[in-house]
Design a protein around this ligand. Structure first.
Ligand code: APR
Length: 265
């Protein structure tokens, strides 16, 4: 692994526009289980997974029941969102924030709804699947912080008259156009992509490394950092996999880049 970390540090240092893609794997060391790993939420609770696939239709059909379920009056989901809001970033999140401060990582595109990248200090973050800290109006696209909207009477309404939902993107729900376009632009512009802690099986997010591989003007490495190989590894979309914990590998990467910068300056 040592050799691969040095190689990745060299690739990062040589890059002009590196970005990082992240998934639930980067937050497991903060105490949030992932979805499809051995202890994953879907792996261990098939009923919860089935319910998750019905959530968006419930919002469209009966927004009041959707909110009652999301707030936990009828179901368990409230508890998960409450847990997610309580946890703290781990060294993996802080390392990406530092690589941004060092001018190397230009942007983080995350599937995670936990807000931990921003909490760790990353400034340029695209929340591809939304955030548990926000509400969104699917009619006009505007977002509000959770604390800005009263949930006394359900469902909450937007100034435009639309019904608001959690900003979180549920299964079968379209990705909001603003984040989809921003993410695609970054994937096509980047000359290096770190893909951290994701099983890379959920689309359209999983198409971003493929777009980068096939659609980019410049050639540059796609580097996976994950506990196990993924379809990106098996199909040769990524150039190499550093198999390990993001909370251990990313700090070593940031350290190697910081040292190089210090010696250079
Ligand atoms: N370090 C590195 N890899 C890890 C770690 C860790 N500490 N912990 C778990 N992993 C790996 C797992 O082995 C797995 O390959 O991270 C991956 C997590 O994959 P998933 O659980 O499928 O999570 P993710 O890819 O983010 O899921 C995508 O699916 O359920 C929906 O909307 C949800 O955003 C989510 C999307």
């Amino acid at each position: 692994m040592e050799g691969l970390i040095e190689r990745a540090a060299r690739d990062l240092i040589a890059s002009k526009h590196a970005i990082a893609l992240t998934g639930a794997g980067i937050s497991t060391e903060s105490g949030i289980p992932d979805f499809r790993g051995p202890q994953g939420i879907w792996t261990t609770n098939k009923e919860a997974e089935a319910k998750a696939y019905e959530r968006y239709e419930l919002f469209l059909r009966d927004p009041k029941s959707y909110w009652q379920e999301m707030l936990g009056e009828k179901g368990t989901h409230g508890a998960f969102y409450i847990q997610v809001r309580k946890v703290e970033p781990n060294p993996g999140h802080y390392a990406l924030a530092e690589l941004e401060r060092l001018g190397i990582v230009k942007c983080v595109i995350t599937q995670n709804i936990d807000g931990l990248h921003r909490k760790a200090g990353s400034k340029s973050v695209i929340e591809y699947h939304g955030s548990v800290h926000k509400l969104r109006c699917p009619s006009c696209g505007s977002r509000r912080g959770l604390e800005e909207v009263s949930l006394e009477s359900l469902p909450p309404y937007c100034e435009c008259g639309g019904v608001m939902k959690y900003d979180v993107v549920h299964f079968k729900e379209p990705i909001p156009l603003d984040v989809m376009n921003e993410a695609e632009k970054e994937a096509l512009e980047c000359d290096l992509m770190l893909v951290c802690g994701t099983s890379a099986v959920v689309y359209p997010f999983a198409s971003l490394p493929r777009a980068a591989k096939l659609g980019r003007k410049t050639s540059g490495a796609i580097i996976e950092i994950n506990a196990e190989p993924t379809p990106l590894t098996r199909e040769g979309i990524s150039d190499y996999l550093i198999q390990g914990k993001t909370g251990e590998v990313l700090p070593q990467l940031a350290e190697a880049v910081r040292k190089w910068k210090l010696n250079r300056d």
